[in-house]
Design a protein around this ligand. Sequence first.
Ligand SMILES: Nc1ncnc2c1ncn2[C@@H]1O[C@H](COP(=O)(O)OP(=O)(O)OP(=O)(O)O)[C@@H](O)[C@H]1O
Length: 381
Amino acid sequence: MIEAVGLTKRYGAKTAVHNLSFQVRPGAVTGFLGPNGSGKSTTMRMMLGLDRPTSGHVTIGGHAFRSLPNAPRQVGALLDAKAVHGGRSARNHLLSLAQLAGIPAARVDEVLGVVGLQDVAKKRSNGFSLGMGQRLGIAAALLGDPQVLLFDEPVNGLDPEGILWVRNLMKQLASEGRTVFVSSHLMSEMALTADHLIVIGRGQLLSDMSVTDFISANSADFARVRVPADRPECREKLTASLTEAGGGVMTEPDGALRVTGLGLSRISDLAHESDVRLWELSPHRASLEEAYMRMTQGVVDYRSTADAKEGLQLPPPGYGQPGHEGYAQPGHTPQQSPQEVPQQGWYAPPPPGQNPYAGAPAPTPAATADRTERKTSEDSR
Ligand SMILES: Nc1ncnc2c1ncn2[C@@H]1O[C@H](COP(=O)(O)OP(=O)(O)OP(=O)(O)O)[C@@H](O)[C@H]1O
């Protein structure tokens, strides 16, 4: 098990990690998520004794990494696949690591086989593609057959076959009872690989829960309802009937209705009672990406100026007022928070009555201004 307690790291005036406390348990794949610059690599470096915490501590199996006896046999890590002596062959690179850790040479050939590099084992690694380099980095992490494995962006540069292989490898390692801690920006991949998530933003813990709980805590399911396009009166009739029954109704950009608070069968019954024909009645289940975007939208430091999502950071003026798009019915207060404006197909519905910035301050106009300033600045490294 990995345990971080009050972990903090400052580089001069910059606080990269602030008071992080969490546990990474064995027997599961734990995803480590956060926007660029949120402190994931810094946290992993502290776990591996490569950076000293300013305060707090992190232990692996109860010991600080530096005091672990024969650490390479207990902890394997892929932090930077490019951190390899390019003039050495893949085999010699692994052999040198093995010799330093007292690992027999036979294990080198074994892991080369596991990662599929046996045919290029004698080739210099500076001729390797990005994906081959990642495989070599994973081989190095597996070398000591450790119980604890840390991977920073392991699928970077891998082709679909390689991504599938890494996914299965992580799951297999976890099923063997190992502790697997993996950072990634690929949400679809994390949704398929991870059992548990630790999410950070600006160095602080935002969430520590199972993938399933994370999605349901940061989104709300809704139904998409479409009536024949040439029958606007049917749409109005159905909207009135749904809102009267307690549903929340909003209009999607393509004219479909987004209905919350009512089950599919109830919506179907109400449409039938209103004599309205439906062309679509489908459930929408939020993806991990949607839930993640929602959770982290207030703590993203680096954002393209051309990012269409930026306009959705704060509710538009007058949202929820009569005459504003998305307003359902006079007297009906939408159950959704103002951020639920479905202007873009990607936009995640809000969590059911929950502050999406748990553990971090909700974005204020001042914070937004700060973000606007920072988005054009370069990473100081
Ligand atoms: N050695 C260092 N000196 C100064 N600042 C640093 C140093 N290492 C990291 N930082 C800063 O700490 C913050 C966190 O960086 P870190 O690399 O841990 O983030 P990250 O979550 O891994 O980002 P990414 O997803 O882009 O890899 C950043 O603002 C970064 O510039």
